[in-house]
Design a protein around this ligand. Structure first.
Ligand code: ZN
Length: 380
């Protein structure tokens, strides 16, 4: 590619398809915290061979678009037409003012397009006017009408996007095909009699169309990993036991607190709340509220778990460290893990409870209180 060459990516996101059972158009459904359109934009935004990105959006989608595109420095969107072909045509007319040498036209619903495919298309355009990524067909293909007949799949392939074009050629071909309704842009240039070259596509560059496709996309991306941390401390006062990680331990003093003063569960609750940005334990259960006096801290922990579940989140693992000179924690460690597992309904092996002292240093070293810290990993 000549370094002076200007290549613009035109992303077609004008469809109003809500076939996926969602209220919002499918290109604005989120995968791992980012819309399908944003994943598609991101696939090109980092490519140094691309001069600009133009998205064609549907009427009434401005609000969705602004949110999806806010992280990217791209050309202002334009509205599409009634058909895909019309939307692309409008986009081509719009970008003509930038006088691009080439254009890559891509479906927003293919968020898994790789740099490998994009670069292969760009490379092919050095010697060809049109380059289309295709994949071979593994299943046997039947023609259904007028009666079922097996086709020779050796001659067939499935077309993907981005499809690359010499800009003046595709613009002229769209002018000529105006009023037709071709399914892709390669078909538009075929109508003008221009030869189409192909490059290898990739199976993962599929178009998200059905609810199954959407589930597959979620599995491919996995959940978003969140980390939360929490810390708590309570002072010793009069009493005959302390409650740590839900376990009552006889002791010559108690811990002072509005609830049961369970530093372990408080630190853990804060870590879980922190993982989903849901403020802290004091916000959800104000100490000023009499209702929480001597409360079982399991209530707080369960509430944090419910908030995570409401975000379709899953707790991956938990690590709690209790910092105290006394009482001795190790005899109660397994019971604490089991207690947390029971409250949160997660497997025991995902929970760690450990303890340390401060070697006699500081206020914990002087046995003035007990502290705890917790780290959690949550997949949302
Ligand atoms: Zn506390």
């Amino acid at each position: 590619m000549n370094s002076q060459e200007k290549i613009i990516v035109l992303i077609v996101a004008a469809g109003g398809g809500t076939r996926l059972g969602s209220e919002i158009p499918k290109q604005y459904i989120k995968l791992q915290g980012r819309t399908i359109l944003a994943h598609s934009i991101a696939a090109f935004a980092g490519n140094s061979g691309i001069s600009g990105i133009q998205v064609v959006i549907g009427k009434g989608h401005g609000k969705f678009y602004r949110e999806a595109a806010k992280d990217f420095d791209i050309l202002p969107p334009i509205f599409g037409g009634k058909t895909r072909q019309e939307s692309v045509f409008k986009g081509l007319i719009k970008i003509a003012k930038y006088a691009p040498d080439k254009v890559l036209i891509h479906d927003a619903a293919r968020p898994f397009v790789s740099a490998k495919i994009t670069n292969a298309v760009v490379k092919k355009l050095k010697t060809a006017k049109v380059a289309v990524p295709v994949i071979v067909i593994s299943d046997t293909v039947k023609c259904l009408k007028p009666r079922v007949k097996t086709l020779d799949k050796a001659n067939l392939a499935l077309a993907q996007t981005p499809q690359g074009f010499d800009f003046p050629e595709i613009l002229a071909a769209h002018h000529k095909a105006k009023g037709k309704n071709f399914p892709d842009d390669a078909a538009v240039v075929e109508y003008s009699g221009i030869a189409v070259s192909v490059v290898p596509g990739e199976e993962k560059n599929y178009k998200i169309t059905t609810p199954y496709d959407l589930e597959k996309a979620k599995t491919m991306l996995g959940g978003e990993i969140r980390v939360g941390s929490g810390f708590d401390i309570h002072a010793f006062g009069s009493g005959n036991h302390v409650t740590l990680c839900g376990v009552k331990i006889p002791h010559n003093r108690g811990l002072i607190g509005h609830s049961d003063a369970d530093v372990g569960l408080h630190a853990l609750t804060d870590a879980l709340l922190g993982s989903i940005g849901a403020a802290d334990i004091g916000e959800h259960f104000p100490p000023s509220d009499k209702k929480w006096k001597n409360a079982d801290s399991a209530i707080f922990l369960r509430h944090a778990a419910t908030l995570i579940a409401e975000k379709a989140g899953r707790i991956n693992n938990i690590d709690v460290t209790i910092i105290a000179e006394s009482p001795k924690i190790s005899p109660h460690r397994e019971k604490m893990r089991a207690k947390i597992a029971a409250i949160l309904q997660i497997p025991l092996e995902k929970i760690s409870v450990k303890a340390t002292t401060t070697e006699g240093l500081g206020f914990i070293g002087r046995s003035e209180g007990v502290a705890a810290q917790a780290v959690v990993v949550v997949e949302v």
